[in-house]
Design a protein around this ligand. Structure first.
Ligand SMILES: NC(=O)c1ccc[n+]([C@@H]2O[C@H](COP(=O)([O-])OP(=O)(O)OC[C@H]3O[C@@H](n4cnc5c(N)ncnc54)[C@H](O)[C@@H]3O)[C@@H](O)[C@H]2O)c1
Length: 503
């Protein structure tokens, strides 16, 4: 069972803004966290912006849930400026022990005493990295996966002097930005994930070296078979199934002996001669077929999004992480239940959205179905506001939409911010009559209206039944306040051409 994620930190300090540091910046910023980043390379700002552009594009495809307002990125010129006044620090400089040790010691001196400092190292031991720190108990390693803004895994590993509270805090921070922290039982070179990858990588290099397969054929051997399974089950659960009904013991009995055959050369490393390097580079260039790194990154991100969304349908593995993330975003983006002092004298403004590029059709404007989508989300926000929460749904009661009348007044273009206002036109113990107005937020321009009728149903029996008294009481209070409002001009309209008759 996944632990619930808490609130993200307010501000983090990042040391290094390369492939990994830029990915951390994007993940934190898109989750509403301010970032202070130090990287002495003058090119770092451009690289981080490019990574952020990739990440924004990927998140737009990943979810329709309302993301928080983006955090603010500040590039600073020293370690001290990056780590002072932040709640968490992540170091992602090159994998050189002496560089990391000096930097981590400096960060430790400058950061507030309670701040946890993590390193993205792929394989250096935390006991070594914390050796020069004045407060070594606050150092843990947290190696992520590339692209950091999309892949949920981050291993969390402490050294000899790391405190348990540091491990807990690091895991909490990562969880709060929709990651899956895997807290390791003890430190080991390469940690768990990189040890596994290294074994595969070493064997792959042997196969190229010995001319058994090209780099493309090796990638095909992974992506058309085991790679697909690995995205959700991993090796052990997959092999358990492979053992059939007799299970894991049978599988081990059947395939155990092959472990002793000369199938792999795991501990031997091929010598990286110029000939082998030339061969790998040449074959890799042929495989890329002229596509730029940017193009390959976009392809990779689109495929990752597709896999994660597919897995969300089964709420399994990374799909469960995505599902929990979206629920949390919707919870944060929609108001909680009606408060005693809420101003009910105007139509409620409960839902905001923005027009995603994918909503736009061949006319260059949002497709008509997206208007209903936004109104549907506004109705959900309204129902939450009057107390239809998870407990209510679990108890078998819900409002179903039985009729919608949409009027399209103006187009909506990609990127525009939208909001919906909602007025109660009527209700009884089983029915609810709402009127929504959809606005372009800039300039408050009315784009569409929707009049909707809902019936409260017993979801188990599939029949109408009265809503809970406390829900009805809130609707009654709203309806009483909204009777003072003018009736919307388009309420109760029927479709027709006045004066025209059909023969
Ligand atoms: N690339 C991966 O797939 C991957 C995956 C997991 C972990 N890691 C780990 O993440 C770390 C960073 O790797 P990367 O791939 O992002 O490397 P990178 O070379 O892309 O980026 C390193 C960045 O650190 C900056 N830098 C150098 N010295 C610095 C200093 N003293 N202070 C601040 N910034 C400094 C460089 O200018 C550069 O922008 C390494 O420890 C690596 O092992 C990498």
């Amino acid at each position: 069972m996944a632990e619930r994620a808490g609130s993200p930190p307010r501000r983090v300090g990042l040391l290094g803004g390369g492939v990994i540091g830029g990915g951390w910046a994007a993940r934190f910023l898109l989750n509403g966290v301010d970032v202070r980043l130090f990287d002495p390379d003058p090119e770092a700002a451009r690289r981080v912006e490019a990574m952020l552009a990739n990440a924004r594009r990927a998140y737009r495809k990943l979810t329709l849930a309302p993301l928080p307002a983006e955090g603010e990125l500040t590039l600073v010129t020293s370690v001290e400026e990056a780590v002072a006044t932040v709640d968490f620090v992540q170091e992602s400089v090159p994998e050189r022990e002496e560089v990391k040790r000096a930097l981590l010691a400096a960060a430790c001196r400058a950061a507030d005493p309670g701040v946890v400092i993590c390193s993205s190292t792929s394989g250096l031991l935390p006991s070594d990295l914390q050796a020069d720190m004045e407060r070594p108990e606050r150092l843990a390693v947290g190696p992520p996966f590339n692209p950091v803004y999309l892949l949920p895994l981050v291993e969390v590993c402490g050294g000899e002097r790391t405190s348990p509270a540091t491990l807990q805090r690091a895991a909490d921070v990562y969880r709060s930005v929709a990651m899956w922290p895997l807290v390791l039982r003890r430190e080991v070179e390469g940690f768990v994930a990189d040890r596994l990858l290294e074994a595969l990588w070493r064997e792959a290099l042997w196969l190229v070296n010995d001319d058994v397969a090209t780099v493309e054929e090796i990638d095909d051997a992974i992506r058309y078979g085991a790679g697909l399974r690995w995205s959700f089950m991993g090796t052990f659960l997959t092999y358990r199934i492979a053992g059939g009904e007799a299970g894991m013991r049978h599988f081990m009995a059947q395939f155990g002996p092959t472990l002793r055959l000369p199938w792999t050369k795991l501990t031997d490393v091929p010598e990286l001669t110029d000939t082998l390097l030339d061969k790998i580079v040449e074959q890799s260039d042929a495989q890329a077929a002229g596509r730029s790194i940017r193009e390959l990154e976009e392809l990779r991100d689109d495929c990752l999004v597709a896999v994660m969304q597919g897995l969300r349908t089964s709420r399994f593995g990374a799909g469960a992480v995505l599902d929990d993330y979206e629920r949390a975003l919707f919870d944060a983006g929609h108001p909680t239940v009606m408060g005693d002092d809420d101003d009910l004298s105007r139509p409620l403004r409960l839902h905001s959205a923005r027009v995603l590029p994918e909503w736009v059709d061949y006319n260059g404007h949002a497709h008509e179905s997206r208007y209903l989508h936004v109104f549907g989300d506004a109705s959900d926000a309204f129902l939450r506001y009057v107390g239809i929460d998870a407990a209510h749904l679990a108890a078998g009661g819900s409002y179903y939409t039985v009729e919608t009348h949409l009027s399209f007044l103006r187009e909506a273009s990609a990127g525009e911010r939208l909001h919906v206002t909602t007025q109660v036109l009527g209700f009884d113990e089983k029915r609810l009559h709402l009127f929504h107005e959809l606005y372009r937020s800039e300039g408050d321009v009315l784009l569409a209206t929707a009049e909707q009728m809902f019936v409260h149903v017993d979801t188990a029996e599939g029949r109408a039944r009265p809503a809970q008294p406390e829900v009805l009481a809130r609707i009654a209070k709203l309806a009483a306040a909204h009777t003072a409002l003018p009736r919307p001009e388009r309420a109760g309209r029927a479709i027709g051409i006045s004066g025209a008759t059909v023969r």
